[in-house]
Design a protein around this ligand. Sequence first.
Ligand code: MG
Length: 382
Amino acid sequence: MQLAPYAAQQSSSRGRRFAEPTPQYRTDYQRDRDRIVHSSAFRRLEYKTQVFVNHEGDMFRTRLTHSIEVAQLSRSIARILELNEDLSETIALAHDLGHTPFGHAGQDALNACMKDYGGFEHNLQSLRTVDKLELRYADFPGLNLTFESREGILKHCSHKNARQLGDVGERFLKKQQAGLEAQIVNLADEIAYNNHDVDDGLRSGLITIEQLLDVDLFKEQFDIVQQQYPELNDRRQVHEIIRRMINRQVVDLIDTTKANLIQAQPDSIDSVRNHSVPLAHFSDAMKQMNQQLKRFLRTQMYAHYRVHRMSSKATHIIQQLFNAFLNDPQLLNPKYQQIVTQKEQHHAELGKARAVADYIAGMTDRYAIAEYAKIFNPTELT
Ligand code: MG
């Protein structure tokens, strides 16, 4: 596979934090991807959700299927732009590893709990997961991924946190960009969740086709499908619309980015990094349509009373678990008690709170619910 000069190349990689011999039959980026697929945080994505809680039904996206969709879109786009497909896949599969249980409600609740201890941010937690929390290898903590994978996983970062992160934090202080492989994953993530939330929203009955006709991106494809298949009015109609919406966004992203590349002529990944703005983006018209769709999802779906009711329950569970563990670490399972006590010796309260946050962030939705019941439900006797 021919790579463009602006793609991430193994030969110019900034390497791993702990030196390792090059793999025999794989590239370093393939090895990164394989390490993610074999990690325990990756398996737990199956029981973590974005909008719906896992037990609400088997048909909805989970963080695992979402990550696979993002990887599919990223690889297709990377291939067309002659970028490093393996690196894009790696970043896509890892991008949500740091998410708490219960989607954004869980993240907001944990961030509020951690207010006095440096806060909690899921994107930073994804990096922390691959750098520190996965303990599988004898010679190093974490997965020891290449710089490019780590750089791609860390999408955004405050200056305060960036200063503590060393090499991967530098670009936020110097106002540099990530490589194009990371830029396209970021946009593939947006394409994936906007469209699958429409799909899951319709399936769950939280939103209707009639409501969606106010959204230009949807209406445009609805009319095309309606004209081509006037008799179609079931799940197949929805799928025919959504697959066209995805294609429309992907093609727009590729065309716009191609034109940017022709104009900017970056000759290496470093010239991509040093460009004043990201070279991968949608056209202005598509950006506006995307914003309209997001606004619709925010007001009609994420704020729906059924979603809100679950979010409010999720907030309560996270808060209660956090307070219980922080005030009485003996409630933790012994493996974590050990970690918390070790941290306590080093950084006192701060380390203890961070260890509790790591533990809660790693939980799946159902594990958090079960743990809550074990601690607070008097009829739960085990
Ligand atoms: Mg995502």
